[in-house]
Ligand binder design. Structure first.
Ligand SMILES: [Zn+2]
Length: 587
């Protein structure tokens, strides 16, 4: 094979052009209807067909049969154009002729009539390389060339062109050649050349061509030589120095089932490859899985993997050790399958620590992948296993705890489930409206029950969190009514923080007594209820707390939890037997 494929199969007509239908149609129409501009600009990726199109267009302009979208190919002009020896087609590479003198010479050329054809055509390739002075020199001619002159400018980087040039040309944007189109083209050429091939191997070549026909054909040339007339996957992956797709597929499978041993084997096998290439290939593979519509990996997991891989790219870009980054990445991908579980467990554990009963349904986190589910179940059993990592230990413990609580609550399940679900949507809604508020709410407020239009929750809010909830109380209440029903009353049970935190919290007594929850509008919850709850559960901070009427006492800070025990208040309660007591805070 003496002639490079890229030259041998250079398109000769608009119909031969692949992947640029829009451009070739518009140009054909212009030729047929004789609406020609005097200057054209072709921009697009290298190898996307700009120069080929320019040559076809030039031939179409010069053909003896007249300007036509279908040049005859046999007249002397067509022949000369096809052999790149037409006197009136002047090609110039601006990358190597970028100076003002080069352009002056070209302008000089435009002054003389064409040697034999009806037009004189100037094709300037890589036009963005011209110097500023050269551009300026070209401007005038570009705007008003002699009637027999046509310019075709081509560039890979139209953004580098001065606006004055852009405004004087008809601009055609060449698309990157789509991979399937490129694949078909390569297969077509291999068939013509009589070379056997594996389809997947050709796909890899097309992909590596990255939208450029020329690059893909150059690789194909190389592949034909390298593979001794049979192009298969292992030859191609070897030639390109990329990893075999099947290995990546296995790798992802192993990550999904968390097979650490297999992953370690992969890492040692992959030490001969560029880590960046493997990460790129993994991204491509995931993209394929996503687009294939198979449910092998959910989009959520793909998104997580993608984040991990993107981080890896960042690490590599700052020169981190490739092999280390790759190992880290693969293990992070494995870990990322678990994130949701761990989140749930930490939350549960936090609640345990703050002495709050768990009423959330335990199986809230549904495993995303089937394999994952199997894994979770496995992890509950081996309690007697030798040293576990802390994380594992925690997860096992909390699992056990969860199970207990779960069985205790069995009879109440239906009611709880309904309320919990509504509560979850409340949290989601708050997050949606205001992320910080949602977070604050979720961290501090725990669902307790929802019965007879009374939503009961427990709050560990303090300090800033309390202020935040208070400031957004109107919104919270509105959402509660929207979700739980308009009649819904909110009952708040304030909880202490775990004792370990308390001593260092001098703010506790200074925080406003009438936190959001104390605005509880419930008539149903009389003082009896309140007191009842507070003895059984924890100190109560709700509605109550009466202002001691302007005495010296009132000027001082009172602890809302003990205020009802104050002799004076107790007496007042006895006398008036109120349904409700409200304490107002004086600022
Ligand atoms: Zn012709």
């Amino acid at each position: 094979m003496s002639l490079a494929l890229a030259r041998k199969y250079r398109p000769a007509t608009f119909d031969d052009l692949i992947g640029q239908e829009a451009v070739s149609q518009t140009l054909s129409l212009a030729l047929e209807s004789d609406r020609l501009s005097h200057a054209y600009l072709f921009s697009g990726l290298r190898g996307s067909g700009k120069t080929s199109t320019a040559r076809i267009f030039a031939k179409a302009l010069l053909c003896e049969k007249g300007t036509t979208a279908h040049p005859c190919g046999v007249c002397s002009h067509c022949m000369m154009a096809a052999e790149s020896r037409h006197m009136d087609i002047i090609e110039m590479d601006a990358a190597s002729n970028r100076k003002i003198d080069d352009i002056r010479e070209l302008i000089e050329h435009t002054k003389y009539k064409p040697a034999s054809a009806r037009y004189k055509i100037f094709i300037i390739d890589e036009v963005h390389m011209l110097t500023k002075e050269a551009f300026n020199a070209l401007l005038k001619t570009l705007e008003e060339p002699p009637s027999f002159v046509k310019f075709i400018l081509a560039t890979t980087d139209p953004l580098k062109l001065p606006a004055t040039i852009l405004s004087r040309t008809q601009h055609f944007r060449f698309k990157k050649i789509a991979q399937p189109v490129l694949e078909k083209h390569l297969e077509h050429i291999l068939n013509l050349e009589g070379v056997e091939y594996e389809k997947n191997a050709v796909d890899i070549i097309a992909r590596s061509g990255a939208g450029s026909v020329r690059d893909a054909l150059t690789l194909l040339d190389q592949a034909i030589v390298y593979s001794k007339n049979f192009i298969d996957i292992s030859t191609i992956t070897n030639m390109l120095g990329i990893i075999e797709p099947s290995l990546l597929e296995n790798l992802i499978d192993n990550i999904m089932v968390k097979d650490e041993k297999a992953i370690l084997e992969f890492i040692s096998m992959a030490s001969g490859f560029e880590s960046e290439m493997i990460i790129d290939e993994l991204m491509l593979y995931l993209k394929e899985v996503l687009l294939s519509g198979s449910h092998k990996i959910t989009p959520m997991i793909i998104e997580r993997f993608f984040r991990v891989l993107a981080e890896a790219k960042t690490l590599l870009s700052i020169g981190s050790n490739g092999e280390f980054v790759l190992s880290l990445t693969l293990f992070k991908m494995m870990e990322s399958l678990q994130i949701q579980d761990i989140d749930g467990m930490i939350r549960t554990l936090e609640k345990e620590l703050s002495g709050v009963k768990i009423t959330e349904p335990v199986k809230k986190v549904e495993p995303i992948v089937v394999e994952e589910k199997a894994q979770v179940i496995e992890k509950q059993e081996p309690v007697d296993e030798s040293p576990l990592s802390i994380e594992e230990e925690i997860s096992q413990e909390s699992m056990a705890l969860l199970e207990e609580v779960d069985s205790e609550k069995e009879e109440l399940q239906p009611i709880i489930d309904e309320g919990t679900k509504l509560f979850e949507s409340l949290v989601a809604k708050l997050y949606d409206r205001n992320y910080e508020l949602g977070e604050c709410f979720e961290q501090n407020i725990t669902y307790n029950s929802f019965e007879e239009n009374v939503l009961t929750w427990e709050s560990i809010a303090n300090g800033d969190a309390k202020t935040m909830l208070k400031n957004h109380w109107g919104l919270i209440r509105m959402f509660v009514q929207e979700i739980f029903g308009f009649e819904t009353k909110i009952k708040n049970i304030a909880k202490e923080l775990p004792s370990s935190v308390e001593p260092s919290e001098p703010t506790i007594n200074e925080t406003p007594i009438d936190e959001p929850v104390s605005m509880i509008e419930d008539e149903v919850l009389g003082i009896q209820d309140t007191l009842h709850t507070s003895t059984e559960e924890a100190p109560m901070k709700s509605s109550c707390v009466a202002p001691s009427d302007g005495g010296v006492e009132s000027a001082k800070e009172k602890d809302e939890r003990t205020i009802l025990d104050e002799p004076m208040v107790a007496k007042a309660l006895e006398l008036f037997a109120p349904k409700k007591v409200r304490v107002k805070r004086k600022n």
